[in-house]
Design a protein around this ligand. Structure first.
Ligand code: E4P
Length: 217
């Protein structure tokens, strides 16, 4: 399972990249707005900086909701850097735009996916990634990881090439359950990635080793 970081924060992207485990980045308009970037020039410069840090794909989401706007914006975003994946909402216009970009060989991430039916249309349109939102489903008492499992099963049964990118991950247990579900990618906040390291026996064991090592110096 690949690891993407779900943030537009440069410092956090650098930290994850320095850990040596980062395969890519996902952003969305809310995450970009949080970084205080404003206007096309600043936004594009921010994406250029992110692309300069990571080796893998960087999802950049369109702001438009109509087909023509998505195509115009997506083409501009894709021209920033070959690492850019155009992120498009799973709507009628969004699916049309996914088809347009996939036929041009431009990578896409079909986002805001909450059902197997939506994931099916994203795959049929040729999306590179499909993003089921786990946390937001859990927030309304549904089972987000069960949706990931279902999509993975359908894609494997029918041989769809679209990669299942588990999104809206909130904690380490989501990540572990996504591994079991067979997700191709998990996009996670830095805190959830670092949380995977936490174990009291590691802390306790290290404390003892450090003490014993000191006796030999
Ligand atoms: C990533 O592609 C999504 O935009 C993101 O994971 C949404 O996460 P949230 O539900 O925590 O906002």
């Amino acid at each position: 399972m690949k690891f993407f970081i779900d943030t537009a924060n440069i410092e956090q992207i650098r930290q994850a990249q320095n850990m040596g485990i980062l395969d890519g980045v996902t952003t969305n308009p809310s995450l970009m707005a949080k970084e205080g970037v404003k206007g096309k020039e600043e936004i594009f410069e921010h994406y250029r900086t992110i692309c300069g840090i990571v080796d893998g794909p960087v999802s950049a989401e369109v702001f438009s909701t109509d087909y023509e706007g998505m195509i115009r914006e997506g083409e501009e975003l894709a021209s920033i850097d070959p690492k850019i994946t155009v992120k498009l909402p799973c709507t009628k216009d969004g699916i049309r735009a996914v088809k347009y970009f996939s036929s041009k060989g431009i990578a896409t991430n079909c986002t805001l996916v909450f059902s197997v039916g939506q994931a099916l249309l994203a795959a049929k349109a040729g999306a590179t990634f499909v993003s089921p939102f786990i946390g937001r489903l859990d927030d309304i008492s549904e089972d987000g990881v069960a949706l990931v499992e279902h999509i993975v099963k359908v894609y494997r049964t029918y041989g769809f090439k679209t990669q299942v990118l588990a999104a809206s991950i909130r904690h380490t247990n989501h990540i572990i359950r996504c591994l079991d579900a067979g997700a191709d990618v998990a996009t996670c906040p830095l805190k959830a990635i670092e949380g995977l390291l936490n174990h009291p026996l590691t802390d306790k064991g290290l404390e003892i080793f450090v003490k014993d090592a000191a006796k030999m110096q």
